[in-house]
Write a new protein. Structure first.
Length: 98
């Protein structure tokens, strides 16, 4: 298994992140009970110079031990029921086209 041997120097305290995520989820669910905000604990912030370049490289499942296999492309996801609406990173957002 190949992975990025990198420790995130920008990693924020996870307890605070969980609390903030729960509070925001409650606010979203006040609008619609099917909205949920999910934080990906495996997200690594490589910085504004590196992350945008890495995020353009996608994992190809046909390639054994592909280096992007475990790369996390977004820090937060806003979901409606089972569908992802938005993906967020510290450097931008992506609207899901489904």
């Amino acid at each position: 298994m190949t992975f990025f041997p990198f420790v995130d120097p920008n990693r924020r305290p996870q307890a605070k992140i969980r609390k903030m995520t729960e509070e925001l989820t409650q606010k979203f669910q006040a609008i619609d009970p099917d909205l949920t905000l999910i934080h990906n604990d495996n997200f690594i912030d490589y910085g504004p110079e590196v992350f945008p370049k890495l995020s353009k490289i996608y994992w190809d499942p046909r390639v054994p031990d592909h280096p992007m296999e475990h790369f996390v492309y977004s820090e937060y996801r806003l979901k409606y029921q089972f569908y992802t609406l938005y993906c967020f990173t510290p450097y931008g957002e992506q609207i899901d086209e489904h």
